[in-house]
Design a protein around this ligand. Structure first.
Ligand code: NDP
Ligand code: 2IT
Length: 448
């Protein structure tokens, strides 16, 4: 079966899972040259095998709220592929979580993890639980209940969850406590643990910092520098605020962050004090808009950042937050680089538009791989029971991001000789990630 026939099959079978189909089509659109060069992939049905997760575990979560009322949520773990290592990927708590969303995230994660060059398979999990407005006790009870179910299916050598939207250090620690309680095993079953009880230094910063390191490599490839560039960031969570922090440290001017309520625009640019204020404000779940009362700037209620002029956009909130219209605004407003901090933040239309306009584009599976890369470093530190310094991890992160950049750029050049000024990171990242997984599957025969 050719790639295009395989896509038709995925579209027909999973038409009710639009995010998953979108992610599959994006990968499929770029790997034809590799498939043509490797008839064994087609013969061994590598693509058809990779679009079906190894398994999806689906479970009910009962928990009790502060009023003593029983609440019921749905949870999942998508164990997509362990061709390159234990299943690895985050857990998301958000009311929009569905099987389609977790399948797209798990599918992307396979290739992202392969790109890091570290031994991890791909997986993703989550629940349709809404952490907004919940007390700390409610969060704790939910995390315990979630892990009470999940612990049957994960371990440091089988499947290693971590954080994602709505899941940070606090939630990971509660889940780790329940896992430890039930299994009596103290190991690296989750990453993003607190530093001091198994967590790695820099895991918190890694995704945002890594995205900016990737961006620096892109700029260097065009003989440009980050200094003085005007940066638009969406989201105000873990990825966004750490991307803002690193970009600011390197001399860029970050003029926006946003959340589900609107966009904050500070023409003067953020500085460390303002970023610390934003981190504290979000940690207390207080409104972003209050920033204007303290530091000035403008609050655009219910608006995204893309109507503002800038050089670089780092969308870092959620999937499909940038649609075709937003992409047009980006191009009109002078954006020359789009670096995906979030997973699949651009719709297919948006990706087409910016690529046609030769905007340099780093897809999430390459640009936001720093988080999972430091998760892999956390796993290895847990195994050897020795911990590295912040500087050592930071150096590793920089070199991992450079390797991802360079290997994606090389692969893009290898297959596309037409447009030398434009590095097709999307094609390059898919080609490198896919090949690493495909070659392992070929070596295994037809198990996996
Ligand atoms: P957080 O929960 O820390 O922050 C999420 C941010 O995005 C918040 O500002 C939130 O706003 C906003 N947001 C979430 N959903 C929506 C929505 N439907 N509409 C508008 N805004 C929304 O999550 P992270 O920073 O960890 O994750 C952000 C993105 O980065 C996700 O795509 C995630 O998959 C990806 N990612 C995360 C990694 C990590 O290590 N954490 C690693 C790699 C990728 P509000 O507070 O108002 O809800
Ligand atoms: O999307 C992602 O790469 C993450 N949420 C981080 C996964 C991880 O296992 O650290």
């Amino acid at each position: 079966m050719s790639i295009s026939q395989a896509i038709e099959k995925v579209e027909a079978r999973y038409s009710h899972q639009p995010e998953f189909v979108q992610a599959v089509k994006e990968v499929a659109s770029t790997i034809a040259p590799l498939y043509d060069a490797h008839p064994e992939y087609q013969q061994m049905k590598i693509f058809e095998r990779l679009v079906e997760p190894d398994r999806i575990i689906c479970f009910r979560i009962n928990w009790e709220d502060d009023q003593g009322e029983v609440q019921v949520n749905r949870g999942w773990r998508v164990q997509f592929s362990n061709a390159l290592g234990p299943y690895k990927g985050g857990v998301r708590f958000h009311p929009t979580v569905t099987q389609s969303v977790l399948k797209f995230l798990g599918f992307e994660q396979i290739f992202k993890n392969a790109l890091t060059g570290l031994p991890m398979g791909g997986g993703k999990g989550g629940a349709d639980f809404d952490p907004k407005g919940k007390s700390d006790s409610e969060i704790r009870r939910f995390c315990y209940a979630f892990m009470r179910e999940l612990h049957h299916y994960v371990s440091k050598d089988i499947d290693v969850p971590a954080g994602d939207i709505g899941v940070g250090g606090r939630e990971v620690s509660y889940m780790f406590a329940m896992y430890k309680n039930l299994t009596r095993e103290y190991g690296g079953v989750l990453t993003g643990k607190g530093v001091g009880f198994g967590g790695s230094l820099m895991r918190t910063e890694a995704t945002g910092y890594g995205a900016v390191y990737f961006l620096e490599n892109m700029l260097t490839a065009q003989n440009e520098s980050i200094e003085g560039k005007k940066v638009l960031i969406s989201g105000a969570g873990n990825v966004s605020l750490h991307a803002a922090e690193k970009a600011t440290m390197l001399g860029a001017s970050v003029v926006t962050v946003s959340d589900s309520q609107g966009t904050l625009y500070d023409e003067a640019g953020l500085n460390q004090e303002k970023i610390d204020w934003l981190k504290a404000q979000k940690a207390k779940s207080k409104p972003l808009a209050e920033y204007v009362d303290v530091y000035g700037g403008e609050w655009f209620a219910k608006q995204k950042p893309w109507h503002i002029k800038g050089d670089i956009a780092i969308p870092s909130a959620t999937q499909n937050e940038v649609n075709g219209e937003d992409a047009k605004l980006m191009v009109e407003n002078g954006i020359k680089y789009v670096v995906e901090g979030a997973n699949m933040p651009l719709t297919a239309d948006a990706v087409d538009h910016i690529r046609v306009h030769r905007v340099h584009y780093a897809p999430g599976k390459a640009a936001n791989a720093g988080g999972v890369a430091v998760s892999a470093l956390e796993m290895s530190q847990n195994s050897v029971r020795q911990y590295k310094t912040f500087e050592q991890i930071d150096d590793r992160l920089k070199s991992i991001m450079k390797n991802i950049h360079d290997s994606a750029a090389d692969a893009s050049n290898q297959y596309d000789k037409t447009d030398k000024g434009y590095i097709d990171y999307m094609a390059g990242a898919n080609l490198v990630g896919f090949k690493r997984v495909a070659d392992a599957l070929i070596a295994y025969g037809i198990l996996n």
